[in-house]
Design a protein. Structure first.
Length: 106
């Protein structure tokens, strides 16, 4: 699993039948930043993820990739490589809270 931020959405009117009705989001993985590890920083990569929870742009989410992405009830037997499986409320690293959804202004 990885932490990622939802940065956009994808609209695709033509797709394979098993993907009709699936919400697609652009996600950007994040990591703990630098030596102090007191904030989250982008990895500079971008993926398209199936959203099973109703995440919105700006939300930090948990994503799974690869074969694990096809293990949810919503993505079983679908051509999926990345799926949103959680919406993050808080991230703690060591003694610090590096993200709090309630306090986030982004």
């Amino acid at each position: 699993m990885f932490i990622a931020r939802v940065t956009g959405s994808i609209v695709s009117t033509q797709k394979v039948g098993s993907m009709v009705g699936q919400k697609l989001m652009v996600v950007e993985p994040y990591r703990l930043d630098g030596a102090e590890r007191r904030s989250l920083a982008t990895t500079g990569r971008t993926f398209i993820a199936v959203d099973t929870l109703g995440a919105g742009v700006g939300d930090f989410v948990l994503i799974c990739q690869g074969s694990s992405a096809r293990l949810t009830a919503e993505t079983k037997d679908k051509p999926v490589d990345t799926v949103i499986i959680g919406i993050v409320d808080k991230v703690h690293a060591a003694q610090d809270c590096v993200y709090d959804r309630e306090r986030s202004s982004d």
